[in-house]
Write a protein that binds this ligand. Structure first.
Ligand code: GLY
Ligand code: MN
Ligand code: MN
Length: 456
């Protein structure tokens, strides 16, 4: 089955080039001053149990600035002899460790193939950092990632404090560079979009494979396996976030993760799953009937969510506020629910954030930035005002309606009891129409009914 699905995927894009990393760093250093020292850290590996670790995934800022994927690395930028110097500290070559844990590029590899000017072993980190900090006027570091590095910075600064009393040199400030880097990450380059398009394409076809593999009696985890198996089969690094695979009333739990229920005839399943490729995430949700045909009631809600989603996607245009898609989706959903008799308030009342009835059935936002993080970085309201969309920004559009009859806080309309529908795509803002990166994933009722339960 996976080979048939594979035929539907295009070829993977070229990796991000060394030149592009250079441009990214250049945009950052253009905002820095010669006395600045930037320190970006990879996190440590997390223990799963005893001597087994979770699969490692480094910090996204490390991926963004240098693309180094190994644990323990530290990347610095400082100014020396009139130029910015990028230094990467990496795990050194170590044959015994490499026999057990896998080969390492080491210092030599880091110098040869990565966007760095200098490379050293992590064993020499302290010595180099102390030297770099002896001249720095401002240290740009996100603290709280690795205690020992925070400690290193603090002790180096304390040593300088003592010198300051004698020589009267200026104070050293510590600043978190996260927001500056986030501002760069928010606007995607062509090369980044190519990675995201591939992650989106693989994720779209994975959902198609799951639709085709659906039938009454399937377990949720079997459809999860179809999807996640294809993520790996297609050469991605697997999921970008844990898959949500919920059938029937499980679909009304927004972050359902047990994925261990049986899929019953007559139910709708909601699957929210996306792959990560070279660090870039896709995020797709589709909802489809287990037996391949929506009931009338399911169709009413599905079509309403789809109408809201299409209207919201149309608001992903340069110059519109980031929340224009959300407001549009809310309006369409509220109008539709009034028409279906679920909401008895006026449209304005239904949309009221405090007392409106819409939020009983639609309680989350319509989207978020997506990129190296599935919930990507970027301030939504800089200076308190909604950010305006720009070409190159990518956001998800994911309205839904959730009628959990199990909820004690609402009276669920019996016609829609235990139905949960969400439809989610990843949308690139362009100077033309919105570009839906996940458009290979079917979403009309006709398309979905024509493939569900029908093997490739
Ligand atoms: N998959 C998480 C989300 O849709 O935001
Ligand atoms: Mn999402
Ligand atoms: Mn999602």
């Amino acid at each position: 089955m996976h080979d048939k699905a594979l035929e539907l995927i295009g070829t993977p894009p070229e990796p991000i080039s060394v030149e592009e990393y250079g441009r990214r760093v250049g945009r950052l250093t253009s905002q820095m001053r010669p006395g600045d020292l930037l320190i970006v850290q990879a996190s440590k590996m997390a223990v799963h149990s005893n001597d087994v670790h979770y699969p490692y995934r480094t910090q996204s800022d490390m991926l963004y600035l240098v693309g180094w994927e190994e644990a323990d690395a530290v990347f610095t930028i400082h100014h020396e002899n009139g130029a910015w110097v990028r230094t990467l500290f990496v795990q050194p070559k170590d044959t015994l460790k490499e026999i057990w844990e896998g080969r390492r590029p080491g210092v030599e590899g880091a110098l040869k193939n990565w966007a760095t000017d200098a490379a050293h072993s992590t064993h020499d980190l302290e010595e180099h950092l102390v030297n770099m900090m002896s001249d720095a006027k401002r240290v740009l570091i996100r603290t709280g990632i690795r205690e020992e590095i925070d400690q290193l910075v603090v002790s180096a600064l304390q040593r300088r404090d003592r010198a300051r009393q004698h020589f009267g040199t200026g104070p050293v400030t510590i600043e978190d560079p996260t927001a500056r880097i986030a501002e760069l990450r928010l606007r995607k380059s062509d090369a980044e979009i190519a990675q995201m398009r591939f992650a989106s394409e693989v994720s779209s076809i994975a959902h198609v494979a799951a639709m085709r593999n659906t039938k009454p009696g399937r377990m949720e985890y079997q459809l999860q396996a179809t999807i996640e198996g294809f993520f790996v089969y297609a050469g991605t690094s697997g999921w970008a976030y844990p898959s949500i695979v919920g059938c029937g009333d499980n679909a009304t739990v927004l972050h359902y993760h047990q994925n261990n229920d049986v899929c019953e005839d007559g139910e709708v399943i909601l699957i929210d799953a996306g792959a990560e490729y070279r660090g870039y995430a896709a995020d797709i949700t589709r909802s489809w009937p287990i037996n391949g045909t929506f009931t009338e009631a399911q169709r009413e809600i599905y079509q309403l969510v789809l109408d809201a989603q299409l209207a919201a996607i149309d608001k992903c245009r340069p110059g519109l506020a980031y929340n224009a898609p959300h407001e549009e989706a809310r309006r369409v959903l509220a109008e539709g629910l009034i028409e279906l008799g679920v909401i008895t308030q006026s449209l304005d009342d239904a949309l009221d954030p405090e007392s409106g009835e819409l939020k009983k059935w639609y309680m989350h936002n319509t989207g978020h930035w997506i990129g190296l993080d599935v919930h990507d970085v970027g301030v939504y309201k800089p200076n308190g005002e909604p950010r305006l969309l720009e070409e190159g920004m990518v956001l998800t559009v994911e309205p839904g309606l959730y009628f959990g009859a199990w909820r004690p806080d609402v009276e669920c309309p019996p016609r829609y009891a235990n139905l949960g529908i969400r439809i989610e795509d990843d949308v690139l803002v362009t100077s033309n129409d919105p570009d839906v990166l996940t458009s290979s994933c079917p979403k009309t009722i006709e398309e979905i009914e024509s493939i569900t339960g029908k093997p490739f």
